[in-house]
Design a protein around this ligand. Structure first.
Ligand SMILES: *Cc1c(COP(=O)(O)O)cnc(C)c1O
Length: 219
C-alpha cells in the first residue's frame, strides 16, 4: 500500500479517536526490505524508520544517512548489552528496554556520552515465554528503576500475542503508562494500527503494509 494511503488512514484514525492531527508518529519498519524499497519511501519524504536488529541497521543506514541526514531511526527489536553502545550511536529511540542489566548499561553510556536515545520500556503484556519484555506486574518497579538511573524514559512498547485480541493488550499498556505518568505508547503494526491509535498509540510500527511482504524470513 502506498505510504500516502497509510498516512491517510492514520489521519482518519486520529480524527475518529478525537486526537490531535499529527499526534501519531509513523515508524516505517524497514527490516529485511530491499534497499530500493527503502529508497523509494525516503524519496517520498518519509524520515522515520524502524529496524529490529542493530547489525542489520548498522550495515545499511549510515549509507542512506549520507544522502538523508535527517533520518530518525528507531530500534524496535531486542538489544544485547554488548551492542548497546552501537545502538545508542545509531538510533534516536530504543523501544526494547526490558531488563535491569540493559538499563544499567544504557545509563553508563548516557553518562559517558552525555546523550541518550529516547527510551521505551517493552512490556510483555501477554506474558509469553518466548517474547521479550518486562512482565506487567513488574513494570512499575522497573520504570522507577530506570528513572532512578536518570534514563530518558518516554513511554512503553508492546507486541500483543498473535492469537489474542490486540485491543486488550493496547488497553493494558495504556493503563500502565497512565499510572506511571508516561505519554509515549509504541503499539500497533500493519494489521492493527488503527485500533492502537484509538487506544492512545503515539508511535505505530508499520512494516509490510508500507513495503510489501518481507522478502527474507526474519530469523
Ligand atoms: C516487524 C515488526 C513490526 C512491523 O510488523 P508489520 O506487521 O510488518 O507491520 C512492528 N514491530 C516490531 C517490533 C517488529 O519486529
Amino acid at each position: 500500500m502506498p505510504l500516502h494511503d497509510i498516512s491517510t488512514r492514520i489521519t482518519k484514525a486520529e480524527a475518529a479517536a478525537g486526537r490531535v492531527a499529527g499526534s501519531v508518529k509513523l515508524i516505517a519498519v524497514s527490516k529485511v526490505q530491499p534497499n530500493d524499497r527503502i529508497l523509494d519511501v525516503l524519496a517520498q519524504g518519509h524520515r522515520c524508520f524502524g529496524e529490529n536488529r542493530v547489525q542489520e541497521a548498522a550495515g545499511k543506514w549510515p549509507g542512506f544517512m549520507e544522502t538523508y541526514p535527517d533520518v530518525d531511526l528507531h530500534l524496535i527489536g531486542p538489544l544485547q548489552t554488548n551492542k548497546a553502545r552501537q545502538a545508542t550511536e545509531l538510533f534516536s529511540a530504543i523501544h526494547s528496554v526490558d531488563r535491569p542489566k540493559l538499563a544499567k548499561t544504557l545509563a553508563r553510556l548516557a553518562q559517558e556520552v552525555g546523550a541518550c536515545p529516547d527510551l521505551f520500556i517493552q512490556v510483555n503484556t501477554g506474558e509469553e515465554a518466548q517474547k521479550a519484555g518486562i512482565k506487567p506486574s513488574e513494570a512499575d518497579t522497573f520504570i522507577a528503576e530506570c528513572r532512578a538511573l536518570d534514563l530518558p524514559v518516554v513511554g512503553l512498547m508492546c507486541i500483543p500475542p498473535v492469537d489474542e485480541e490486540a485491543a486488550l493488550h493496547f488497553a493494558l499498556l495504556a493503563k500502565i503508562a497512565a499510572r506511571n505518568g508516561l505519554e509515549g505508547l509504541s503499539m500497533g503494526m500493519s494489521d492493527d494500527f488503527e485500533k492502537a491509535i484509538a487506544l492512545g498509540a503515539t508511535h505505530v510500527r508499520v512494516g509490510s503494509a508500507i513495503f510489501g511482504e518481507r522478502v527474507r524470513p526474519e530469523e
